[in-house]
Design a binder for this molecule. Structure first.
Ligand code: E4P
Length: 217
């Protein structure tokens, strides 16, 4: 499973890129607003930090403007993936951009029917939002499983990009189901390495090693 980092903060991306774990980055208008920076500048900087796809989301909601925005975003760098919402205008935009060779991430997916449409529109990625479904009392992970089954039934090439990930369990479950990508907030990426038994075991090894009075170097 590829790891995308769900942030518009350059320092966080740079920090995690050093671990070799960053396969790409996703942003959205809320993350850009939180960064307080200029959208086009941020995307250019992120695209230079990773060879993987960097999702940059259109702001318009009508087809003509979305297409113009998408072309402008795609021109920033060859690894920019244009993010469009899962609406009919977004799907039309997806089809045109995909046919022109631009990677497209169709976002705000909350049903398997929507995911089916995105695949038929030639999307590179479909972004089902796990956490936001959990927030309203549904089981977000069931959507990932349903989309996996449907895409496998028809051998769709669209990659399932598990989004709105809130915790370590979301990452584990998405990987178990076979999501192609998980886009993960930086704080959750850090938590992936944590386990209390690792901490306890390491403390014991360090203490026992000290008792030997030896040094490896
Ligand atoms: C990423 O592409 C999505 O926009 C993001 O994962 C949404 O996460 P949120 O539901 O925590 O805002």
């Amino acid at each position: 499973m590829k790891f995308f980092i769900d942030t518009a903060e350059i320092a966080e991306i740079r920090d995690l890129a050093a671990t070799g774990m960053v396969d790409g980055v996703t942003t959205n208008p809320s993350l850009i607003a939180k960064s307080g920076r200029k959208f086009l500048d941020v995307i250019a900087e992120i695209a230079a930090l990773t060879e993987g796809h960097v999702s940059a989301e259109v702001a318009a909601t009508d087809f003509e403007t979305m297409l113009k925005e998408g072309k402008k975003l795609a021109a920033i760098a060859s690894n920019v993936a244009v993010k469009v919402p899962l609406t009919w205008d977004g799907l039309k935009t997806c089809r045109v951009l995909s046919d022109a060779g631009t990677p497209v991430n169709v976002t705000l997916c909350f049903s398997s029917a929507q995911a089916l449409l995105a695949a038929k529109a030639g999307a590179t990625y479909i972004s089902p939002f796990i956490g936001r479904l959990d927030d309203i009392g549904l089981e977000g992970m069931e959507l990932i499983a349903d989309i996996r089954e449907i895409y496998d039934n028809y051998r769709f090439k669209t990659q399932i990009l598990a989004a709105s990930i809130r915790n370590v369990n979301h990452v584990q479950q998405a990987a178990k189901i076979g999501a192609d990508v998980a886009t993960i907030p930086p704080n959750v990426v850090k938590l992936l390495a944590n386990h209390p038994l690792t901490d306890k075991g390491l403390a014991a090894f360090v203490a026992d090693w000290a008792k030997t009075g030896q040094s490896i170097l």
